[in-house]
Design a protein around this ligand. Structure first.
Ligand code: NCD
Length: 306
């Protein structure tokens, strides 16, 4: 593993190995400094709290140094091309780029342009992919539910604009999950041919019947076109995860949300803070999975040998 740009590059075995590594690293007090002497640049063209901070904490915990660039304030806005920005940073000694962007395809191009020189990590790309979020979601599910093959997982809300939904569904299908469901208002359903293995419905109570995992999503206001706007009251009335609706899922179902949460719209306080919620465990696993990823890439690239 030289980069992490897309989950399609990974097998179930690769993903389980990352999960095992994440758990082993989490149990270690002073892990091997596999990023010692390495410089990581966080390049975020879109806002982030969880993802940026967890990449940073993960890199620091393995001995790496981190620079955070707010791309709204960089020379990029003076007309410099993106590739020139990357080459400039590379010339200063950056070894890895962690990139979040609204534009699909940019991270792939960067990985290709950088080749073996620099590691590239996708930290969220338009509505297309958010591979580390997909991994941390699947790790959280493995910890609570074990075997993927027998699980029923429902993803609820603004699925069509959600890179999280795409990457989580991708991770779960690579891991062998057979029963994947999308519950969304018609406007926010992805085209069925895009996800042929997934059952799509607009009925929440029916959709979450017997589910082991209920994952709800943030409404991606910044990606909605005018024709895709929905009445919030109507959304809450039909799709907000309430304690009463959650009773349709299995009694021991877990509830997930990638954050940031719009409380009272996507999920009620009672459920978000209730005993079935694993939302903070997801955040915690975000650091663990990014550590495992950095550690694996550092060893693959020969940055660190024991
Ligand atoms: C998500 C993102 O930015 O893609 N947040 C995250 O990384 N935890 C989800 C979102 O913004 O809705």
């Amino acid at each position: 593993m030289q980069h992490l740009i897309n989950l399609t590059d990974l097998s179930a075995q690769d993903i389980h190995a990352l999960f095992d590594r994440a758990e082993a690293l989490a149990a270690e007090r002073s892990p091997a400094p596999s990023l010692a002497g390495r410089h990581i640049a966080n390049l975020f063209f879109e806002p982030s709290t969880r993802t940026r901070v967890s990449f940073e904490l993960a890199a620091r915990s393995l001995g790496g140094s981190v620079v955070n660039l707010n791309m709204q304030n960089s020379s990029f806005t003076k007309g410099e091309t993106l590739l020139d920005t990357y080459k400039t940073l590379r010339a200063m000694g950056i070894d890895a780029f962690v990139v979040r962007t609204g534009q699909t395809g940019v991270i792939q191009d960067l990985g290709r342009a950088m080749g073996r020189d620099v590691a590239v990590f996708n930290a969220g790309e338009g509505d297309a992919a958010h591979p580390t979020q997909g991994l941390l979601d699947a790790l959280t599910i493995r910890q609570h539910k074990g075997d993927f093959a027998s699980l029923s997982v429902a993803i609820v809300g603004d699925v069509s604009h959600s890179r999280v939904a795409r990457s989580s569904l991708r991770a779960l299908s690579i891991l062998g999950c057979q029963d994947l469901r999308i519950i969304a208002p018609a406007t926010w359903q992805p085209p069925a041919q895009q996800m042929p293995q997934v059952v799509i419905t607009d009925n929440l109570e029916q959709g979450i019947q017997g589910c082991d995992v209920v994952m709800t999503l943030r409404i991606q206001n910044e990606r909605l076109r005018n024709s895709e706007q929905l009445d919030r009251h109507e959304y809450v009335a039909n799709f907000c995860i309430t304690a009463e609706r959650l009773e349709c899922a299995k009694a021991d179902a877990i509830v997930m949300h990638p954050g940031p949460i719009n409380r009272g719209i996507e999920i009620t306080d009672e459920v978000a803070d209730g005993p079935q919620s694993v939302i903070l465990k997801q955040v915690n696993n975000g650091v663990a999975i990014r550590r495992a990823l950095f550690d694996t890439v550092a060893r693959t690239r020969g940055w660190y040998t024991e």
